[in-house]
Design a protein around this ligand. Structure first.
Ligand SMILES: CC(C)(COP(=O)(O)OP(=O)(O)OC[C@H]1O[C@@H](n2cnc3c(N)ncnc32)[C@H](O)[C@@H]1OP(=O)(O)O)[C@@H](O)C(=O)NCCC(=O)NCCS
Length: 197
């Protein structure tokens, strides 16, 4: 039987969770699509990224990309998951999310960028947009963030978004095992104060 391109590769679907497109100065944050798999696998296959996140494996194969995207499309992640793309080209450069995570007891911010895109301020721009979206469209009182104690780049992003340090902890990761982490939180009042400045 002859398969059409559409049968062989289903058309993109939006996440079931309400994830409106967010536009910033240089970025478009949009729901992940099934056809992001090849680009996702290409930028995610990096030990330095996997070891700083809790759920990314290394090596990161096309099948890992497919199962992550299928999980997104099936609504397995409670919260917002965004593909971070460059506004001028549409190029996929990373992912960011605000997920309801039991270990944080509320929304937890997560983000990563493909290594060629580090050092341009994109992570802070994306994270800020997600935080604004969460406080504006939900009644969450605070947002949490967690980073490994060795992750200076992530700590920098978290600090630039206005989070306050709340303590040390340990978490399990796929790529690096059990690791010490720093916990941060940003409450609605602190976010509002920053917005009013
Ligand atoms: C964490 C991670 C996303 C940070 O990326 P990053 O590029 O360092 O962070 P930003 O996008 O905010 O860029 C910051 C730097 O870009 C530079 N920059 C260049 N142009 C800029 C601009 N227009 N605006 C802001 N910063 C700019 C600055 O040097 C800035 O560093 P500074 O704040 O010390 O001055 C990235 O290192 C990563 O993906 N790491 C692996 C996964 C990971 O650790 N995820 C987080 C898990 S908790």
């Amino acid at each position: 039987m002859i398969q059409t391109a559409q049968q062989a590769y289903p058309a993109p679907r939006d996440l079931s969770y309400d994830t409106p497109v967010l536009v910033t100065e240089r970025l478009v944050l949009r729901p992940p699509h099934a056809d992001d798999a090849v680009d996702l696998a290409a930028i995610a296959n990096n030990r330095q990224i996997a070891e700083m996140t809790s759920r990314m494996p290394f090596p990161y194969n096309l099948s890992d990309a497919h199962s992550f995207l299928e999980g997104c499309l099936a609504g397995e992640h409670e919260g917002y998951i965004y593909a971070i793309t460059l506004a001028d080209t549409g190029h996929l450069i990373g992912f960011a999310g605000l997920e309801l995570r039991e270990r944080s007891g509320g929304f937890e911010l997560g983000f990563w960028l493909g290594e060629p895109h580090w050092g341009s301020g994109y992570a802070t721009e994306a994270a800020s947009a997600l935080i604004d979206q969460a406080f504006r469209s939900t009644d969450a009182e605070r947002i949490h963030a967690v980073c490994r104690t060795v992750n200076a780049r992530s700590r920098n992003v978290i600090a630039k978004c206005g989070f306050a340090f709340i303590g040390l902890d340990e978490i399990d990761t796929i790529a690096a095992g059990r690791v010490p982490v720093e916990r941060y939180s940003l409450d609605r009042a602190a976010w509002l104060t920053r917005k009013e400045r």
